[in-house]
Design a protein around this ligand. Structure first.
Ligand SMILES: [Zn+2]
Length: 421
């Protein structure tokens, strides 16, 4: 039986697990019910499991096993890391599915339930093939991808040392509810954006709506800032350079006839280099302070750093394309022409370990491109027919990863620090 045949036999189990996760979503860093379901699904596979302290992560090491007759030491190569995120989004599902979220205000609208099921599937496929593995496999089940930086916490808690040697490569899949069903896609180099958040608070001085001249009204400043920030992006940055400011929240005031003391906006920022992010922050500051001065109010600006750029290793990306083509046929892989402006904390792992983040189209068969709701929509629907293929790809990547000697392998370095061949 091939890995793919085996994966397709696992399909009913993976669908059951995915739907159990889907109907009982949890958000943030603490996902006790989700962690329990993952642990139950991994039970009996003979994994070395470590649970997170600052978050309900599961790190499971699957040890390679060489046949006794094999003269090669056991194991011979650095581990491969495979990652799934586990958390849902804080929104109320509106899909009408019979396994829809039963938790108001929480929904798996970004497909992380599929990611978890696919990684469990890969664990099962690999557990029965330990003697074919060149090195160990680290399975990373991560809470808190949606803005909580769970990957950073897992790295701080020793993720990369879980198997005793630093991973040679890392791979992750991300389901896309509006991309063609079963199509794998990624690109070398920058693949996903670096993110940040800015909050701008305009502070004036409140008063009666009938006598605005006796107050210092922050509302017109807020209104001017919304347009000015968008104009700033188009005037201060090269049009060929992707830079994005999306204002997702504005607030201020309590009643129609009261001039409030303050009004504020919050925006997400996306760009593809730290340098661009620093420039973007400086420009926002300049615009906000300038507008505040023009309106006789003050601006208070607060930044929070988000995720770094997700950069795919070119060799790892080629390798993913080759394995996809070999397993599923060349038409199932499409090189992504451009990076995407979404952000993901897998970028923190890929900054340490060469690898690739791969998108997997999961648009339901009966929806054409224009009608499928995208990830993060309360109406996003993912076809779980992709689970077996996703699990098979992850397993094959772990089985076939060439353990490239240029990749740092702490356990195999000679005293001069040069990698051994
Ligand atoms: Zn996501």
């Amino acid at each position: 039986m091939t890995v793919l045949d085996d994966a397709r036999d696992l399909r009913p189990d993976l669908v059951r697990l995915r739907r159990a996760l889907h109907s009982d979503p949890e958000t943030g860093l603490h996902l006790p019910r989700t962690q329990e379901k993952v642990l139950t699904a991994l039970d009996g596979l003979g994994l070395e499991v470590t649970l997170g302290k600052a978050l309900t992560s599961v790190t499971a090491v699957l040890r390679a096993r060489r046949p006794a007759a094999d003269a090669v030491p056991n194991p011979v190569a650095a581990p491969v890391l495979l990652r799934a995120d586990l958390d849902a989004l804080p929104l109320t599902e509106a899909t009408g599915l019979d396994y829809a979220s039963g938790v108001p205000g929480a929904a798996h609208a970004c497909g992380h339930d599929l990611h978890a099921a696919m990684l469990v599937g890969a664990a099962r496929l690999l557990a029965s093939r330990r003697d074919r593995l060149l090195g160990d496999v680290v399975l990373m089940f991560q809470p808190g991808e949606e803005g909580h930086d769970g990957a950073r916490l897992m790295l701080e808690e020793g993720l990369l040392d879980a198997a005793g040697a630093r991973p040679a490569a890392a791979f992750a899949l991300h389901a896309a509810s509006s991309a063609p069903l079963g199509r794998f896609s990624t690109r070398p180099g920058p693949a996903l954006a670096a993110s940040g958040t800015v909050e701008v608070l305009f502070r004036g001085s409140g008063g009666h709506g009938a006598w605005p001249h006796t107050a210092r009204d922050p509302i017109p400043a807020l209104g001017a800032a919304i347009g000015a920030l968008q104009t700033m992006v188009t005037r201060r940055f090269d049009a060929m350079e992707p830079v994005l400011v999306s204002i997702g929240r504005v607030s201020g005031g309590t009643a129609a006839n009261i001039v409030p003391d303050t009004a504020q906006l919050a925006a997400t920022l996306r760009a593809f280099s730290d340098d661009t992010h620093r420039r973007l922050e400086a420009e926002i500051e300049r615009v906000a302070h300038g507008i505040a001065a023009a309106h006789g109010v003050e601006a208070e600006i607060t930044y929070s750093e988000g995720y770094p750029v997700t950069v795919n290793d070119p060799a790892a990306t080629d390798f993913v394309a080759d394995v996809c083509a070999d397993l599923f046929g060349a038409d199932r892989f499409a090189a992504a022409e451009r990076p995407a402006l979404v952000a993901d904390d897998i970028g923190r792992v890929l900054a340490e370990v060469p690898g690739a983040m791969v998108s997997l189209g999961a648009r339901p068969r009966d929806l054409d491109a224009g009608r499928a709701a995208p990830n993060h929509s309360p109406r996003a629907v993912f076809d779980d027919g992709v689970l077996a293929d996703g699990a098979a790809l992850l397993a094959e990547l772990a089985l076939r990863t060439p353990r490239d000697p240029r990749i740092p392998q702490t356990s195999r370095r000679n005293p001069e620090g040069r990698p051994l061949i």
